[in-house]
Design a protein around this ligand. Sequence first.
Ligand SMILES: C[S@@+](CC[C@H](N)C(=O)[O-])C[C@H]1O[C@@H](n2cnc3c(N)ncnc32)[C@H](O)[C@@H]1O
Length: 334
Amino acid sequence: MSDFSSIVPLLACPETLSPLTQEGDTLKNEQGTAYPIVDGLPRLLTPTKSEEEEKVRQKMQKFYEKFTFPGYDGIDSPGVLMDKAQKSGFGRWVDQAVSPMATVLEVGCGTGQMTNFLGLVGTRKVIGVDQSIASLTLGQKFKEQFDLKNVSFVQGNIFALPVKPNAVDVLICSGVLHHTPDPYGGFKELLKRVKPGGYIVIGLYNTYARIPLGLRKCLFTCTGNAFRWVDAHMRRKDVDSSKKEIWFADQYKNPHESWHSVDEVLKWFEETGVEFLSGVPNIGGMVEGETPQHQKLFSAHPRESSLQHVMKQLGWMFSIGREGGLFVLTGKKK
Ligand SMILES: C[S@@+](CC[C@H](N)C(=O)[O-])C[C@H]1O[C@@H](n2cnc3c(N)ncnc32)[C@H](O)[C@@H]1O
């Protein structure tokens, strides 16, 4: 039997938000409803309230039960995971920004690479939530194999999150909200779980950076997926073919996605009392002690004008656009 005593105080019933207690292989709410724990994964997934939105969620769940993203190919030890994350720049910056004592929640963690990576610092408490059991199972396998006691995976829905309000120091949600029918509504749900003074890290498809990809998508659709080599990722020699198939499906065959601009997300921040801190790629210049190789994600960066943001994002077509066009903004909950 898995012991969830260290995270149960942070969890809540996804339907009533009442506290949960562990009884054997179940988590029970105050009304006696029991949620099973199967193979070390608490099953706390409940539907999105609106029927239309629930239909989209189910479609997305089916997709990610088949295409487990990002997978673990070639990552067969904590050392390799650490090496990969450190090399990615972003992984290294997140690790440097997140306190070793922090409670971290990653929502839409997929196969949990980031969750497990942050959990390599044993003093952090890290929880990964996703709706896809197939993805979570891969994360759980890595966690168990390398005995990461401070890491937990939980099945849940962003729109019925099984986590108490004001529970975590850092919330990470990257590559997820744009696959939901209500990204801003999802953002607000996530923010509720962050402690005042805590940090939120949001990664979304960028409206401008994704234009070339949108054009390639039309090309592939019209030609029955011929010319797949036009995508730079599909030409990479360091990525194996099954990983490339998952990438192709995720980027070009995804049942639901939306695109977002920097100023749109900054407006979400303003409307919900979140202080903008930093953007990746950088959108407002550097702060003291920073270099292009080392960005301080949780330090307040200057902001440029909307016009400057548009110019920067147009440039992203030729940089991050080649790898999916995902940009990240970090903020601090006031
Ligand atoms: C593109 S993957 C991103 C995985 C990971 N964050 C990363 O960056 O590698 C999107 C993930 O979001 C999850 N997801 C989408 N909608 C969700 C929802 N409503 N609730 C929970 N997870 C959701 C999917 O199951 C999938 O694993």
